[in-house]
Design a protein around this ligand. Structure first.
Ligand SMILES: Cc1cc2nc3c(=O)[nH]c(=O)nc-3n(C[C@H](O)[C@H](O)[C@H](O)COP(=O)(O)OP(=O)(O)OC[C@H]3O[C@@H](n4cnc5c(N)ncnc54)[C@H](O)[C@@H]3O)c2cc1C
Length: 384
């Protein structure tokens, strides 16, 4: 079976690896360089925390397990140190406690920490003395997306896949029981199946095949498709795990650098107007950082990006064959880093004929049912 995988982000690379390891002949076509899309701008928190409804929780929980299984403990790309969250405002405390209760009922690892235990885990974290709700989610993790991508591509190539960077798919047509894939250099590939893992370009890619893939597109600053991320220079700060605090999310980014996210400040995010690393926005976020971590006084922002999400129109993952073009398998998800190893394994299994029950609620067909699509809204701190 020859499969063309379109897109070499974390999702496409994982699927290419899964297919090649099952014995498929795989060609990965990437318009840019591997990882140049949304995978380059991700907080990369691996979790099923606050993912509703139940089927989306189960999908993401399986994604989290698949990461642990693939990494087999700490690895260059995987940091299985958990996630610590604390809440101070009464509404946030209520939401956090409610979420902890629901997760416990579902068997998801949750611990409530005392200040002393939190300080033992994260000695440089400043938690206000009057804060009485500190949650620890020990099964959660974070990933370094470039390093994840490197191992996924290596697995694919070691199993015989070919990767064609700087090459765009410009036409897709059915041919026999498979497809004809035309590339921008004029090459025509014949495939038994095509996987679209084109990220936020999934709607355009679908149009090439005459398939409707409803995706939320950027319209206004701060809408659900966009969010800032800021990376500091190296700091003498002890932080080993992902932390979500009321005004700032922080995680280690390698070599003493920290990755910062302040969801309420995303209201101005616009891919066409990216603030400088020395800007009011960066100053505001750094001020928050100094309030959250000791020894961060010298922090500066070295990289500031506006990330653009891969957001299907209703906010949920799309995974499955296109209804009127069985040769095309479409994957698009905003939980792409969490789900990548799971998708790599199970999408490959589906292309080899198995049916994956975890995907049942996430087929493209749901958009054909005529039911109104509720667009997702931006999440703000603690709103999970
Ligand atoms: C600010 C932010 C924070 C996030 N935080 C998290 C998080 O904490 N946890 C989490 O799990 N996820 C998170 N995400 C989401 C996650 O990063 C994405 O879901 C994931 O990176 C998507 O990967 P992908 O491979 O589907 O897409 P991409 O990485 O965008 O890859 C798609 C690729 O397809 C290529 N392509 C498109 N069209 C064509 C064509 N015609 N021909 C050839 N190639 C083509 C593109 O060049 C691109 O490289 C976050 C996203 C953002 C923006």
């Amino acid at each position: 079976m020859h499969v063309v995988v379109i897109g070499a982000g974390v999702v496409g690379a994982s699927i290419a690896a899964g297919l090649a390891q099952r014995g498929a002949q795989v060609t990965v076509v990437e318009r840019d360089w591997p990882g140049a899309g949304t995978s380059a701008t991700s907080f990369a928190w691996i979790n099923s925390n606050g993912k509703e409804p139940q089927s989306y929780f189960e999908l993401n929980a399986a994604g989290l397990r698949a990461h642990h299984q693939l990494a087999g403990g700490a690895s260059p790309w995987f940091v299985p140190n958990g996630h610590l969250e604390y809440a101070t405002a009464p509404e946030h405390v209520d939401r956090l406690r409610g979420r902890m209760g629901r997760l416990v009922e579902r068997g998801y690892p949750v611990q409530e920490l005392t200040h002393q235990k939190a300080a033992a885990l994260e000695p440089d974290l400043v938690i206000p003395a009057d804060c009485d709700t500190i949650a620890f989610f020990p099964g959660e993790a974070h990933v370094f997306p470039s390093l994840y991508l490197a191992q996924a591509l290596a697995r694919a190539v070691d199993a015989g896949a070919t990767v064609r960077p700087r090459t765009e798919v410009t036409a897709l047509e059915p041919a026999g029981s498979g497809a004809r894939v035309t590339l921008d250099d004029g090459t025509v590939l014949h495939a038994d199946a095509v996987v679209s893992a084109a990220g936020r370009w999934s709607a355009q890619l679908g149009r090439l095949a005459g398939v409707h893939v409803p995706m939320a597109e950027f319209t206004d600053p701060g809408d659900v498709t966009v969010g800032y991320l800021m990376e500091t220079g190296p700091l003498p700060v002890r932080v080993e795990r992902l932390i979500t605090s009321p005004r700032l999310n922080v995680r280690p980014d390698g070599g003493g650098r920290l990755l910062l996210q302040a969801l309420d400040l995303d209201v101005t995010a616009d891919p066409a107007v990216v603030p400088a690393v020395a800007s009011e926005l960066a100053d505001a976020v750094l001020e928050r950082l100094r309030g959250v971590l000791r020894n961060a006084e010298a922090a500066d922002v070295r990289r500031l990006v506006v990330g653009q999400r891969v957001m299907p129109a209703d906010g949920y993952t799309v995974v499955g064959r296109a209804p009127d073009a069985e040769w095309l398998y479409v994957v698009a998800t905003h939980s792409g880093v969490t789900l990548a190893p799971l998708l790599g394994e199970r999408v490959a299994a589906e292309l080899f004929g198995q049916d994956e029950p975890l995907f049942a609620d996430f087929r493209l067909e749901r958009f054909l049912a005529g039911t109104a699509v509720t667009p997702p809204v931006p999440r703000r701190p603690g709103e999970q």
